[in-house]
Design a protein around this ligand. Structure first.
Ligand SMILES: [Zn+2]
Length: 274
């Protein structure tokens, strides 16, 4: 009798201690983060808080990415975004699209041209095709993508089989419970970039800085002034010798231009968390 009441008392105490201890031993899970991985050139992977994977301009086998061959075979993709038709942006999209079944996000013209060149037909349609000024919800509404223009050109294929690839663009990618990113695509600075900064509070701008085919560091710094992002990272440099703009020149130009954004220097293959 005495033993059993002691036993039940200790059980009650034990249960009370456990009940009390539970909140401390089971903290609320930390809010999931967004990560951004650069593969060199204009190629990026964004992983959303829910674990979805978005590739942008997936030329993973570019000369600056030492693991490109393996990355093409293993990278996860739920969506593939392509800014314009050139080989260094369409890149490995067809191969990755076939393996992962990722939907293609592109302007209607570029998407059609990519389907004609081998991207799976049933992975591009009204849901992920758009055009400039339009915003589309993707990944069950976790991400909103806005198509924005770029000053550049866009073709698919190589001579003599060059086909029109629609107008070139960039993307504003707004992630629920996460950051808003702006990938410029290939472009010069243009005054309407101010509109991009007006409609979106950009946390990270991915800006081409290589010069020759796009804006170089000085013009990219002016672009940053128009968009007003919190942070900016240079891309599309160093892949070929002619893309000779450097992050150091870009940082200097930003300072000279009085652009307030913090400069992020990305390392190929090393994700950053936002
Ligand atoms: Zn390019």
């Amino acid at each position: 009798m005495r033993t059993s009441s002691l036993l039940s008392l200790s059980l009650v105490l034990c249960a009370a201690t456990l009940a009390h201890a539970q909140p401390a031993s089971k903290p609320a899970p930390a809010a999931a983060k967004t990560t951004v991985t650069w593969y060199g050139h204009a190629a990026f992977k964004i992983e959303t808080p829910s674990g979805k994977s978005i590739l942008i301009d997936p030329w993973l086998q570019n000369p600056t990415n030492p693991t490109g061959k393996d990355d093409v075979k293993s990278v996860k993709a739920d969506l593939i975004l392509v800014t314009h038709g050139h080989f260094d942006h369409v890149g490995d999209a067809n191969e990755i699209g076939k393996r992962t079944k990722a939907k293609l996000v592109a302007t209607f013209d570029l998407g059609g041209a990519m389907v004609a060149s081998g991207y799976p037909k049933d992975q591009f349609g009204f849901d992920t095709g758009g055009n400039f000024g339009g915003t589309i919800p993707v990944l069950d509404g976790e991400v909103m993508i806005t198509f924005v223009p770029a000053v550049h050109s866009s073709n698919i294929g190589e001579a003599p089989n060059v086909k029109p690839g629609g107008n070139p663009g960039g993307f504003v990618i707004a992630i629920k419970n996460g950051p808003t990113l702006y990938h410029t695509g290939d472009t010069d600075v243009f005054g309407d970039m101010a509109q991009i900064g007006k409609f979106a509070k950009v946390d990270l701008m991915l800006a081409c800085i290589g010069d020759h085919f796009t804006m170089g560091p000085d013009r990219a710094a002016e672009a940053v002034k128009l968009v007003k992002p919190k942070q900016v990272a240079g891309m599309h440099f160093g892949t070929f010798p002619v893309l000779n703009g450097t992050p150091a020149e870009f940082a200097k130009a930003l300072k000279k231009a009085g652009a307030g954004a913090k400069v992020v220097e990305l390392k190929i293959g090393t994700p950053i968390t936002l």
